[in-house]
Design a protein around this ligand. Structure first.
Ligand SMILES: Nc1ncnc2c1ncn2[C@@H]1O[C@H](COP(=O)(O)OP(=O)(O)OP(=O)(O)O)[C@@H](O)[C@H]1O
Ligand SMILES: [Mg+2]
Length: 213
């Protein structure tokens, strides 16, 4: 399976969810490749922080901030069960290439109408790609939902404007464990095993498997 986390809006959780998805599937015994398509190479920085902490690597990572991912994906993916692509903010040609390389595009959004509206650009790129790739699947993934609140009516209304884009049935909460785990190149499964954050990632993996199959 090839999963890309994409949204041209910055700071919505692409890298956090990409790294946790890669680590999570690796923890389930899959051979995972993480492609860092962001020129800011945050996912590679995470891997470097992990190396510096002398922790064992969980998956293979490669930096590829180039609009040729879709051309190289067959060769790159050969030895892997799961490929996760961490997308760049902005840069449309990179996002388009990442979409063409994927089976499943997940669009992280924070539960605010502004964030939902700001994903219009990536939604139109995905729909454009789906014309050439009818099997392409895509969904919004709600990230940083404030715990013990429901998704507001305004967000639900904003999502309805993209009624043909499904919303993944699990959401990730606003949890300090995510920010805390990043610095040392760790995941919440390592720093906070059994926590709500770790359970949400587990549920995300199940949802990806179910939705992307
Ligand atoms: N569910 C969450 N709970 C708490 N903090 C989070 C959560 N998801 C992401 N963050 C924090 O929000 C910040 C932005 O997240 P991240 O870097 O994953 O976003 P991004 O979409 O990859 O950003 P960019 O567009 O710059 O690549 C980081 O500091 C991260 O630790
Ligand atoms: Mg990022």
């Amino acid at each position: 399976m090839r999963i890309a986390f994409l949204n041209q809006k910055g700071g919505v959780g692409k890298t956090t969810l990409a790294v946790h998805t890669a680590a999570g599937f690796a923890g389930r015994g899959q051979k995972v490749l993480l492609i860092d398509a962001d020129p800011q190479h945050s996912a590679i920085d995470w891997t470097a922080a992990r190396d510096a902490s002398e922790l064992p690597s969980l998956f293979t990572s490669v930096a590829m901030p180039a609009a040729t991912i879709h051309k190289e994906i067959e060769r790159l993916a050969q030895q892997f069960d799961v490929v996760v692509i961490d997308g760049p903010p902005r840069v449309t040609d990179l996002a388009r290439s990442a979409i063409m390389a994927s089976d499943l595009v997940l669009i992280p959004v924070q539960p605010s109408p502004y964030d939902v509206w700001a994903s219009a650009e990536v939604v139109s790129l995905v729909k454009e790609a789906a014309i050439y790739k009818p099997a392409l699947k895509y969904a919004f993934t709600i990230n940083r939902k404030v715990v013990n609140t429901s998704i507001g009516r305004d967000v639900t209304d904003a999502l309805r404007e993209f009624e043909d884009v499904p919303v993944l049935p699990v959401s990730i909460g606003q949890r300090v464990a995510f920010a805390e785990s990043a610095g040392g190149g760790r995941t919440v499964m390592e720093t906070a095993p059994g926590s709500a954050a770790a359970r949400e990632i587990d549920a995300l993996l199940d949802a990806i498997q179910e939705f992307g199959a």
